[in-house]
Design a protein around this ligand. Structure first.
Ligand code: FAD
Ligand code: SF4
Length: 466
């Protein structure tokens, strides 16, 4: 088909559940492409000679090849191309910020909307994963690898290391594996069965999961290094920032991490839950990223009548994926801009009653950057029995404080050689949010794979040094 004809193919819309229905359930919002839509969408790809999509994909998937195979209905082969570079396509097809990565500079986007690469990735992973031939595992190396944390970085390191024939043990502090994929991102964006399926495959490859085990507390780093040949640290960035304002310790005030963990992992929405969360008539979520939007949409589903996302900058500055913002607004989530909380007011019952915000003012940056934000003297008070802070996180220090020699930067992130993910301690590697600070699933996975390759090379050396 000629490019001029491809341009005329309408972009395929992702069907979604009706907002009025879905805001009362945790069912996944986008329904997924059917076969016809996936094929038509793949036909839109221009098979560019120097494809920007490949360059902009953090793991450099051969996207034009995936599109060409999909257009020819060779779905299993298309999925195989993706799996070569990405071990979690069903996850990444759903949560990767494609609009700022592979789809950002898509050539089709210059004349029509960009090719929906993520939607096709999800279609292939959802429908053809069971038909993929299993990759061959190298014969047993006799080497043992420990992984701290079962987030996407740890899982990707575990998968690659298992393929190399190493015995892998994943240590996880929580009672369920998956990291943020399990405790953070709600099921209406990432159904639990997808993460569970990935864990099942890893177990079939011989990966062992030891839950409720905190490296640095339950077991020390020295004990791990005595027992294992290498350690990969993928402990994420789960410690929340609070703005340090009066009233932030009142009942009814949460960090988004706590709120989402209670809702996602501890059945907090159910009356019988041992760890319930307050459902405010009005919930205010402070922040402007994916985490804020996930917390807001969860609060709505748990029964809050009015949910407001309050952001101190302008809408254009919000780091949230646009698709999530659109979905949230369709469900009735309100947004308020240029306000920053200064106090949470206590009610007669000793709980949060309202939030006082300082109004901000924005000015264009003469150098063309993000608008400049200034405080004003004006304030506004909004009723809010529940306040959720989604204002950023930093790496958890439990493991690193048990390993004083480990080099950290000023923000508490582990310092690594980016080419290998090796830390300053021999046989210890690290990646994902514990190294970069809060980032993305795909970058954590890329780090996990880099580390697995480097560990494998290190283990081949006679002295086992990096
Ligand atoms: P994590 O996923 O954070 O996993 C770390 C694991 O280590 C956790 O399970 C933790 O319990 C465990 N752990 C910590 N300390 C120890 C210890 N001492 N011993 C044993 N285990 C330990 N990214 C996207 O790309 N798209 C999105 O849409 C998106 N939405 C997000 C929504 C939310 C609510 C959140 C919180 C994050 C979101 N992110 C998103 C970011 C993304 O999830 C993270 O960048 C990614 O999960 C980081 O992966 P990781 O493997 O480094 O660590
Ligand atoms: Fe296809 Fe867009 Fe990639 Fe070009 S940039 S190869 S049109 S997906």
């Amino acid at each position: 088909m000629k490019p001029a004809d491809k341009i005329k193919i309408p972009a395929q819309i992702m069907p979604t559940l009706d907002p009025g229905f879905r805001k009362h359930t945790f069912d996944e919002v986008p329904v997924g492409y059917g076969e016809d839509s996936a094929i038509l969408e793949a036909w839109r790809c221009l098979n560019c000679k120097n494809p920007p999509c490949v360059k902009d994909c953090p793991v450099n998937i051969d996207i034009p090849k995936v599109m060409a195979l999909t257009a020819e209905r060779r779905f299993v082969e298309a999925l195989q191309v993706i799996r070569h570079d990405n071990s979690l396509p069903a996850v990444c097809g759903r949560v990767c910020p494609q609009e700022s990565q592979c789809q950002k500079n898509c050539t089709m986007g210059k004349v029509n909307s960009p090719v929906s690469i993520g939607n096709i990735e999800r279609f292939l992973a959802d429908n053809f994963s069971n038909e993929l031939p299993r990759p061959e595992i190298d014969s047993s190396s006799g080497k043992k690898i420990a992984i701290a944390g079962s987030g996407p970085g740890g899982l990707s390191c575990a998968y690659q290391s298992a393929l190399y024939g190493h015995k892998v043990t994943v240590f996880e502090a929580l009672h369920e594996p998956g990291g943020v994929l399990a405790y953070g991102i709600p099921a209406f964006r990432l159904p639990r069965k997808i993460v569970a399926e990935e864990i099942k495959i890893l177990k079939q490859y011989g990966v062992e999961f030891r839950m409720n085990t905190i490296i640095g507390k339950t077991i020390s780093v020295d004990e791990i290094l005595d027992e294992f040949d290498a350690l990969y640290i993928g402990t994420g960035a789960g410690v929340p920032f609070f703005p340090e304002i009066p009233g932030e310790d009142l009942p009814g005030v949460y960090s988004a991490n706590e709120y989402l963990t209670r809702a996602n992992l501890m059945h907090a929405g159910k009356l019988w839950s041992k760890t319930p969360i307050s459902v405010g008539k009005t919930t205010i979520v402070v922040g402007g990223g994916n985490v804020a939007m996930d917390a807001a949409r969860t609060a709505l589903r748990l029964g809050s009548e009015r949910v407001i996302v309050a952001y101190r900058r302008l809408e254009a500055d919000m780091p949230v994926r646009r698709e999530e913002l659109v979905h949230a607004r369709e469900e009735g989530i309100e947004t308020m801009f240029l306000i920053s909380p200064v106090e949470i007011v206590e009610g007669d019952n000793g709980r949060a009653k309202s939030t006082i915000f300082k109004k901000m003012r924005a000015e264009n940056d003469p150098e063309g950057g993000r608008s400049r934000i200034f405080e004003t003297d004006e304030t506004v008070e909004i009723d809010s029995e529940v306040v959720i802070f989604a204002t950023g996180t930093s790496p958890n220090p439990t493991l690193t404080s048990n390993c004083k020699e480990l080099e950290l930067n000023k923000k508490g992130c582990i310092v690594v050689n980016p080419a290998t993910c090796a830390t300053n301690i021999p046989r210890v590697y690290a990646g994902g949010d514990a190294v970069s600070g809060a980032s993305t699933v795909i970058l954590a996975m890329a780090n996990g794979k880099t580390a697995a390759n480097a560990i494998n090379e290190m283990l081949k050396k006679p002295d086992g040094q990096r």
